[in-house]
Write a protein of this length. Sequence first.
Length: 137
Amino acid sequence: MFHTLDISTSALIAQRTRMDTIAGNIAHVNTTQNEEGKIEPFQRRLVMMQPTPIGEGTSTGSLGVTSTVEVDTKSPPRIVYEPGHPHANAEGKVSYPNVNIVTEFVNAMEASRAYEANVTTMEVTKEMIQNTFRLLG
């Protein structure tokens, strides 16, 4: 029963990482240069989640989740015609990040719901543990 708390905790951490990454993507939706000042649009970050065994040295078979943040290099930047922009090329086109606000908001809602579901799972597990101890003691 305690592994349930470990599993939910790993999922909470993964969803928090996902929310932080989404917030960063939204914050950089119009960033057209990198940290060094070179004209290069921000590249969207994605959170990849992988199953991970919980409780090393045990044979419970419980799986939690770990997350890693990766850069989306496959999606092309948004090209917008803005001849007056300081980062426009010779044709007057500006390369903006490959971030879609609608997609990011949907992902944020999904991550928020997953976070809430894991909190609920932890609360139910906690109640079950308390009731078990109450019955035993």
